[in-house]
Write a protein that binds this ligand. Structure first.
Ligand code: GLY
Length: 384
């Protein structure tokens, strides 16, 4: 049942109550806006619920995605202050930020050669990465298999706990005056001419708002009501994960271990997230035997102790991916009052602080960086 059905006007409606939508809502409320978050499920029930929480711009860097890398580095720098402020604003809730670093590990000669290419690329970009022979890598992380061939030490990549983050954002937003309506689906965004009027909810009621932020993850480009010229291609990329617990307590791994096909993220309390598949299967979120098998097979080859861990949960979610893997942020050129905060693909938790800052500023009329504008995808024929 909806938690709140009383607010029927707002300055800003945010569609989507995940890590991105709540971060934006919190920042917009801090700027004096009356904000209503509309979430069709529970807060944080989408990709945020499945995300491991890697804050790993250097590990994830791709040579073809420099704007995304810069945004990721900027947001990573913001994370410690963001976490501290969020903790304070939520009355002391912890968001599980762990400045633990990451190791990228190769299991054979081919992967080691690929890792050396990754190292060269990162050095060209002036990123802090250290090449480690297997013995040195195993001194840092003794649980690594003796058979590993090479590792890269990425000391600046860290991790946060997305579920704890969502809980803290919900509380901080509430304290800042944000109204959250859960179990409430948006049926359509309503425009008058080329201007936002508000949103129509599935039950038929209307919420008037001059600005609507779309932060609905992989569903963001599917909400009816917008002209075709205002939208863009957004595809769901499925990720399956396992949540694991070491009955012996913490200590198996200190750092994130990244490998071809996945990663192991330590929470620091004996719990680990093993993720994640990358599958193009539409909006399917079934957990499959094959998906889990591949994750475990690859992880156990590098960290054999993973097979001793207790499986606490399996889950699957969908990442929102744009054609260039970078997010879509800021005001639409086509519809006045429409603001995008979506397309974060593998980096939603990392990019939340920078996204919130950019989008809250966009609500106040500032231009978001052109590299993240929706117009970069606009199809000529949509304008014809
Ligand atoms: N951030 C890693 C993933 O999307 O699987």
């Amino acid at each position: 049942m909806p938690q709140d059905t009383t607010a029927r006007t707002a300055d800003v409606v945010v569609i989507g109550g995940g890590a991105i939508g709540l971060s934006v809502a919190w920042r917009a409320a801090q700027r004096g806006r009356a904000v209503l978050v509309i979430e069709r499920g529970e807060l944080g029930c989408g990709a945020s619920h499945v995300a491991a929480g890697m804050l790993a711009p250097v590990t994830e860097a791709d040579p073809g995605e420099l704007a995304l890398l810069q945004l990721g580095l900027r947001s990573a720098r913001m994370w410690p202050a963001f976490a501290a402020e969020l903790s304070q604003a939520s009355g002391g809730m912890d968001v599980g930020l762990r400045c633990c670093g990451a190791l990228v590990v190769a299991r054979d000669g081919d992967e080691a050669a690929a890792l050396d290419r990754e190292l060269a690329l990162r050095r060209e970009l002036d990123l802090t990465v250290r090449r480690l022979l297997p013995s040195a890598a195993r001194r840092l992380e003794p649980a690594l298999a003796p058979t590993i061939r090479l590792a890269l030490d990425v000391p600046g990549d860290h991790v946060a706990n997305p579920r704890a983050m969502v809980n803290a954002l919900a509380e901080a937003s509430l304290r800042a005056g944000v109204v959250s309506s859960t179990g409430d689906a948006v049926e359509r965004i309503e425009c008058g001419g080329a201007r936002i009027r508000g949103v129509r909810l599935a039950g038929g009621s209307f919420v008037a708002a001059e600005q609507v932020v779309v932060a609905a993850g992989a569903w963001s480009a599917q909400i009816p009501g917008l002209p075709e010229s205002a939208t863009f291609a957004l595809r769901p990329v499925k990720g399956q994960i396992m949540r694991l617990r070491d009955p012996a307590g913490p200590g198996l791994l200190e750092r994130i271990v990244r490998f071809e096909g996945g990663y192991l993220v330590p929470r620091g309390d004996g719990r680990y997230v093993l993720g994640a598949t990358m599958e193009e299967r539409g909006f399917d979120t079934n957990v499959t035997a094959g998906g889990l098998y591949e994750l475990l097979r690859d992880a156990a080859e590098l960290v054999p102790g993973v097979l001793e861990l207790v499986v606490e949960e399996t889950a699957a979610g969908v990442r929102p991916a744009t054609p260039d893997n970078a997010p879509v942020l800021g005001a639409s050129d086509d519809v006045q009052g429409l603001v995008w905060a979506t397309g974060h693909h593998r980096n939603g938790i990392l990019l939340a602080p920078a996204t919130a800052e950019i989008v809250a500023a966009a609500l106040d009329g500032e231009q978001a960086p052109a590299a993240f504008a929706a117009r970069r995808f606009v199809r000529e024929e949509a304008h014809a």
